[in-house]
Design a protein around this ligand. Structure first.
Ligand code: BDR
Ligand code: CA
Length: 311
């Protein structure tokens, strides 16, 4: 039986690749995409999600729009994405669902006769709102896999990760909510699973609309990321959000360690940082699994084998 999956995205290029990967894997049954603000306004992230699904023929998957800002007022505004707001994909012919994403998440959880897997790859505002409105929401979730946070600071990686930094209060609520299985896929892991220009060529040559679009998107990402110190001059880029789906398909693709996470929610320069203690001496129920590393070659193989070929 495929695992029922809900993706909660702020869809830009890497969320779109995560959506396509989830749709193309027989182990996964994507039952809905909830859109959240983050890298772009929620109107755009919902529209981009619809466009992506429609392009690969998955007009059966509903898209719902959720929170348009952080759950608490205040905090400094974060810079949005350097990507254009609208993905270069033809407009969808359908509309987003009329329900609010948070209502839909709660209703889906209440109606569930079996648990589902939840993968947030944008700000955590929708998920924190669902948990706040209905603490029993967590019981319907078999596993939550969040793309967010960073362990190692002071090196080449950014000090803050945007999915957490857009809404730090929401991130802390989600961490504290009591989800049974919690995996945090950090920048430490996603920057290890970079895709190169040569690999984009392989992906493009694999043919099919999903592979071609993913190749185009990753090439656009490489043009930006190759200028960052973290890439060390290599023509390569992380595809952050897609690593969450790769983990679901093959958990051995990432290295997990037990960790205790505190999000810095205080106003000021460090707001949004994740303080992560790995392998705490005395484990507690609040500890989560932290993806700290990933196998780049196997991640790319999975992208290639999953996205290539006809629908
Ligand atoms: C995260 O922020 C967004 O840019 C990406 O889509 C990813 O979810 C990486 O920090
Ligand atoms: Ca994202």
């Amino acid at each position: 039986m495929p695992r029922r999956l809900v993706l909660d995205c702020d869809t830009g290029t890497d969320d779109a690749i995560a959506i396509m990967l989830a749709c193309r894997r027989p182990e996964l049954d994507l039952i809905g995409v909830t859109a959240v603000w983050g890298n772009h306004a929620v109107e755009h992230t919902a529209d981009n999600s619809l466009r992506t699904l429609d392009l690969i023929g998955r007009t059966d998957i509903p898209v719902l729009a959720g929170c348009s800002g952080p759950i608490e007022p205040g905090g400094e505004e974060q810079e949005g994405s350097p990507e254009p707001d609208t993905l270069p994909i033809p407009p969808s012919t359908r509309s987003i669902e009329s329900a609010h994403a948070v209502e839909w998440l709660i209703e889906t959880a209440r109606a569930a006769t079996e648990q589902f897997t939840l993968v947030p790859t944008g700000s955590l505002s929708n998920i924190a709102s669902a948990v706040r409105a209905d603490p029993a929401f967590v019981e319907a979730v078999e596993e939550i896999v969040v793309m967010g946070g960073v362990v190692e600071r002071g090196g080449a990686l950014p000090d803050v990760e945007t999915n957490v930094a857009y809404d730090p209060d929401a991130a802390q609520i989600v961490l504290d909510a009591g989800f049974e299985q919690f995996v945090l896929v950090t920048l430490d892991a996603t920057y290890r699973a970079t895709v190169t220009s040569e690999q984009c060529e392989l992906l493009r040559n694999a043919g099919g609309v999903a592979a071609e679009l993913a190749a185009e998107f990753i090439e656009q990402r490489i043009a930006r990321y190759r200028l960052l110190p973290a890439m060390g001059g290599r023509a390569a880029a992380p595809v952050h959000d897609a690593l969450t789906i790769a983990y679901l398909v093959d958990p051995t693709l990432v290295t997990l360690r037990t960790g205790r996470v505190r999000v810095e929610t205080e106003l000021g320069a460090t707001r949004g940082r994740t303080d992560i203690e790995l392998d705490p001496a005395v484990p507690t129920a609040a500890d989560v699994q932290i993806a700290v590393d990933a196998d780049a070659a196997r991640f790319f193989e999975l992208l290639l084998e999953s996205l290539g070929g006809p629908e």
